[in-house]
Design a protein around this ligand. Sequence first.
Ligand code: UDP
Length: 340
Amino acid sequence: MAILVCGGAGYIGSHVVAALIEQHEEIVVIDRMAVGRQYAVLGGKLYNGDLNDRVMLDKIFKENEIEAVIHLSASSLVGESMTQPLEYYRNNVEGTLRLLEAMHKHCVDNIVFSSTAAVYGDPERIPIREDDRKIPRNTYGETKLAIERMLHWVEQAHGIKYVILRYFNVAGAHDNGLIGEDHDPETHLIPLAIQAALGQRENIMIFGDDYSTKDGSCIRDYVHVMDVAEAHLLAVNSLRNGGRSGVYNLGNSEGFTVKEVIETVKKVTGLAFPVQIASRRQGDPAVLIASPELIKDELNWSPKRSSLEKMVASAWEWHRTHPNGYAKGNEETWQKESQS
Ligand code: UDP
């Protein structure tokens, strides 16, 4: 029996695939390779395709004996979601609809779904609990919330059980040195600051230093990608063992300001780089910190890499050794690395 990983060639998906390999699972990956990278997939059978493609999905479910789905496929750039909302509804909501139709048709009734802290919008309190108010401030968060609601009703009617994981700020890279974060365009704070340290960009900009936080910059809750991958294993195992559906925050309950993160990047890399204050980024809440108590209690999740310095060091190791990510031209290096 195999686990189908949708979006398994992406940053988080590739770490989930690596964790499944360690658990000796049979893995099938579908990724449309828009942002996914072939060399990030360390094992399993890879289908290059889109979730909106019914024929392809049907083929995958016919050719493989799928017992559970881990669904990480999504368009996930907040800014882009505001200018291309229809594209986000099509990719995220319609893609998931097609996936659920295929699961229903082929009697697959377990799904782990990647959601986001963006479903909360401006939180009503900190730390955020799962039942707190959800008013997304952007189309991206809205599409994820729509899917969460879809899962709820589909379970009622068709018995498809789900675990929803609401990610906070995922960072770091795998200890094996083979996979890490490689977005194009890159929009996330830690990799951007590391690019500035490497001289690949002129500076790093702080989006707003006039928030009512201790140093005026935004506070976020960072969580290591390997701890995130581990949560997916716990979730899929729970569903397979008859566990019930659930919705969980995935964060460390500790917040760091943008300025603290930048200082940590300087300290870890030992490199100086220019920092500029810029205006606030539209749609950014001042503070996002998770309460992860529920996933700790119910799924026994215990993050092992929660120190910011270790997370930055792990990201730094990846970027230092792969300054061009999985960029074309690296093929030989990849073949050598994955054979060793
Ligand atoms: N940020 C920043 N400069 C950058 C990129 C991000 O100041 O070049 C800030 C951003 O405003 C947010 C925090 O860093 O407060 C984390 O942003 P990121 O895009 O990494 O993740 P998000 O919180 O949007 O998921």
